[in-house]
Write a protein that binds this ligand. Structure first.
Ligand SMILES: C[S@@+](CC[C@H](N)C(=O)[O-])C[C@H]1O[C@@H](n2cnc3c(N)ncnc32)[C@H](O)[C@@H]1O
Length: 346
């Protein structure tokens, strides 16, 4: 940013200026089913055929496809019969709905919910609070009541949260040897993506997903196969209701949602019921100690401002919270991916 070249031609500023064009192009191609169609077709298709099959205008589709080529989400082939498009490997793997590693629901959640909240970032910074009320006209008093605007919305949000664990789940679960902990509670475990990673790596363990009643019911119905007896459910509110005794408590993307006093309340409650020798595994994205990066985590923290009540933290901030709640031998493991792991022992 400091070089003379940047000062004469501020390319980096232009990129930031239209950064959301890139996201919206990808979201729109996902939403219209471009990547699904090209995965199914197994042969490159022209823009006319794609527009016809997806029921869009040809002029709009052609521009969308060309921009996806620029974003390296599609490949273009020119031959004597015309111009044809096919998916890149990245799109087949992560953007087509049928892929086991698909991020489709995550993209749709960003497009339909997160994007609308970010429209009010200025208000969020001025007021220091999330923007659910402005964006959706729904009270954000009960944060997850606001996130789950309808059952349909809740299922999509749950798919979106779960998809990340098909990519990063193994790394955070393998960051520490969790085999001594056989009786595990995943607090706010949602659709169970991390619970499934856990029982696959530690087959002698059972994981109980503790979540709000409507979330636990949907997870049981839509996400966890009924024959999977190593994953159980506990319906409750972890702030108000008792938390049962266990060897290990997982808190994945929970502490970043809440202000420090609520995090402390929850951690102290867990410490009280945790078996001696047991522990708590915090899974979060970590800021550098001087908060100079990583950029992804910095913007996630702004996202917490716009959407939640908490923020992203440094490893020292999490470690201090764990120690203040009574946990000892706090260890931090960076995975090199988006999410890291912190283990505290009782
Ligand atoms: C940001 S999501 C994280 C989900 C999951 N741990 C993950 O990383 O994919 C927060 C989860 O906490 C649950 N939750 C929020 N408030 C809760 C409460 N008071 N008691 C129990 N669960 C709660 C939500 O329903 C949601 O499943």
């Amino acid at each position: 940013m400091d070089s003379a070249e940047d000062l004469n031609y501020p390319q980096i500023l232009f990129q930031y200026n239209h950064g959301f064009f890139f996201s919206k192009t990808m979201f729109t191609a996902c939403e219209l089913g471009v990547f699904d169609l090209l995965l199914e077709s197994e042969e490159p298709l022209s823009s006319d055929v794609i527009a016809g099959r997806l029921g869009t205008s040809t002029t709009g589709m052609e521009r969308l496809l060309d921009t996806c080529v620029g974003l390296k989400l599609l490949r273009v082939e020119l031959n004597s019969e015309g111009v044809f498009y096919r998916n890149t490997e990245v799109s087949n793997l992560y953007l087509a709905k049928a892929s086991p590693k698909s991020l489709y629901h995550n993209m749709m959640y960003y497009s339909k919910t997160v994007y609308l909240c970010w429209h009010y970032l200025t208000d969020a910074v001025r007021e220091g609070k999330n923007q659910y009320e402005r964006a959706f006209g729904i009270s954000s008093k009960d944060l997850f009541g606001a996130v789950y605007r309808s059952e349909e919305e809740m299922i999509k949000f749950m798919y979106g949260l779960n998809e990340i664990w098909s990519i990063c789940g193994r790394d955070v679960i393998a960051a520490f040897d969790l085999s001594p902990f056989t009786h595990i509670y995943d607090l706010g475990g949602c659709a169970g993506g991390l619970a499934q990673e856990c029982i696959s790596l530690y087959p002698n363990s059972t994981v109980t997903i503790y979540d709000l009643p409507k979330v636990a019911q949907v997870a049981k119905e839509h996400f966890i196969p009924p024959e999977e007896h190593r994953i159980m459910f506990h319906e409750g509110d972890f702030f108000k209701d008792p938390v049962p005794e266990a060897d290990l408590y997982i808190l994945a993307r929970i502490l970043h949602d809440w202000p420090d006093d609520k995090c402390m309340h929850l951690l102290e409650k867990i410490h009280k019921v945790c078996k001696p020798g047991g522990g708590v595994l915090v899974v979060e994205t970590l800021l550098n100690e001087d908060k100079s990066g990583p950029l992804d985590t910095q913007v996630y923290s702004l996202n917490m401002l716009v959407q939640a009540e908490g923020k992203e933290k440094t490893s020292s901030e999490y470690s201090n919270l764990l120690r203040a709640a009574g946990f000892k031998e706090v260890q931090v493991k960076k995975t090199g991916k988006l999410y890291d792991a912190i283990l505290g022992r009782k």
